[in-house]
Design a protein around this ligand. Structure first.
Ligand SMILES: *Cc1c(COP(=O)(O)O)cnc(C)c1O
Length: 459
């Protein structure tokens, strides 16, 4: 669908055009001649009307600018080869797979269906890695048969692969994941680099595992992997990680493994609220690249291919969610609740991680706030609060609310709690909007229910 917006003024002052993760809103967020919000040249309340709400919106310009920022930073700061790969668990779809493939990214998948989504979206298997701390035989085989590098997380992976790879066939391409023993400051549920983590081999298991893998005909160890956590604003942990990984690289090569890839994971944070101040993509890559380069030179190691796995910082800021306001409840002297037509089923991050967001009215983003409300969802759960203490102009039923930076870990973590169908998703660019995920219908949810014959008679 195309629409024409006559005049557009950039919405956010101090926009960081080079590093979208440092903005609150997509790069193309504008005010039209009526001071209403548009993204990608599409009026937001117009999108809400055309496609219904809740609606996920992705801005193509921001997505591509982010991909470019990663690629260019790697070229600028790393003297060796590099491959950025998209952590698709942040937002997995045919569209995202196709888009990042067209931007020369690789992709990481954590399940058979994430892997299939990426393959069908056009991502070459050779540019993909399969993660997971409990991979099924089917997942391992799907990866092996599509030349996907398997990130070995534990002994179980090794035991299964030794059985599954057909004797005499080409060896499985492996990357070894270990916990580097690095602490960082983020929510404990998304911290993965410390020793007490379900992911990866312990550092002291590294040597025995590398020794046991040496000379195995079914295995070709081509990389090492570590990931320290998510929504991280500090640079120091990534600097520390490089030295730990370079030691592991040296050990692996000394044991005869043809290790070329060093995968430092993802984790760069984004700006969800005004007070967040994440490093830019360029700064993050600069620190990682310099630390890896220095650590390798100190150990006289040939530079590996540097891989990083951004998820959140690649897709979060490009996305937003549109909701319609419905009911309200005011408890005098206590608080006002304003309810929208979605909530914890399309955005489980506030209830899971106490995450904060920024929200505005699509048609009155500049209007003075005259009340402070809790913006709540429609689910049967008191914790179903999207934003606490949000200053807003007085809303009426039908107003469209925009929640920004919902591109990562919203659609991908959504549920059907209360049997609420998942929202649809559109991508916007140059005044065009295109559907990339259909809104679920009640029939889609009922399709999997089975009522055994003997229950049918009961009335
Ligand atoms: C989640 C995850 C990522 C992506 O993390 P972000 O914080 O979204 O960048 C990368 N690699 C691995 C192994 C992960 O589990």
């Amino acid at each position: 669908m195309t629409q024409t917006i006559t005049s557009q003024r950039p919405f956010e002052a101090n926009r960081d055009l080079q590093s979208p993760n440092r903005n609150l809103t997509p790069l193309t967020t504008c005010l039209d001649d009526k001071d209403q919000l548009s993204v990608g040249g599409c009026g937001l309340s117009d999108l809400a009307q055309r496609y219904g709400t809740p609606l996920y919106v992705l801005d193509e310009t921001t997505l591509r600018a982010t991909c470019r920022a990663y690629r260019e930073a790697l070229k600028r700061h790393y003297p060796g080869p590099s491959l950025p790969i998209y952590a698709s668990k942040a937002n997995s779809s045919l569209l995202m797979s196709s888009l990042v493939a067209s931007e020369d990214f690789g992709l990481d998948a954590v399940s058979a269906c994430e892997l299939m989504t990426a393959l069908q979206g056009g991502m070459p298997g050779e540019r993909m890695v399969l993660h997971g701390n409990n991979k099924s035989d089917d997942e391992l085989l799907l990866a092996y048969n599509n030349n996907v590098t398997i990130v070995v997380d534990n002994q179980h992976d090794l035991d299964r692969l030794a059985v599954l790879v057909p004797a005499g066939d080409s060896p499985a391409r492996l990357m070894l994941r270990f916990t580097p023993g690095i602490e960082c400051h983020t929510h404990e549920y998304i911290r993965t680099g410390h020793l007490d983590s379900k992911f990866g081999f312990d550092p002291d298991q590294l040597e025995p595992v590398l020794k046991s893998l040496a000379g195995q005909a079914w295995a070709r160890l081509t990389g090492l992997h570590a990931h320290i956590g998510s929504q991280i604003f500090e640079l120091e942990p990534h600097r520390d990680l490089a030295a730990v990984m370079a030691d592991a690289l040296k050990l692996a090569r000394s044991l005869g493994h043809p290790v070329q890839d060093l995968n430092v994971g993802g984790g760069l944070g984004i700006r969800y609220v005004e007070s967040d101040d994440p490093p830019s993509i360029d700064q993050w890559i600069e620190v990682v690249a310099q630390a890896v380069t220095t650590a390798c030179r100190e150990r006289a190691l040939e530079l590996p291919r540097l891989m990083c796995e951004p998820g959140r910082s690649l897709v979060a800021t490009a996305g937003l969610t549109l909701y319609s306001v419905g009911s309200r409840k005011t408890i005098p002297g206590v608080r006002t609740y304003v309810a929208v037509d979605g909530g914890m089923s399309d955005n489980p991050r506030p209830i899971t991680y106490q995450s904060l967001y920024t929200a505005l009215l699509a048609d009155r983003p500049l209007a003075e706030a005259d009340e402070t409300v809790n913006l709540v969802g429609k689910h049967c759960e008191s914790g179903d609060v999207l934003l606490k203490d949000l200053p807003l102009p007085t809303t009426t039923s039908g107003d469209v609310v925009v929640v920004f930076a919902t591109g990562a870990y919203n659609a991908s973590m959504s549920s059907n709690y209360n049997r609420i169908p998942r929202p649809g998703a559109v991508i916007v660019q140059d005044g065009q909007s295109e559907l990339v995920q259909k809104r679920e219908q009640p029939d889609d949810l009922l399709r999997h229910d089975v009522l055994p014959e003997r229950f049918r008679a009961v009335r």
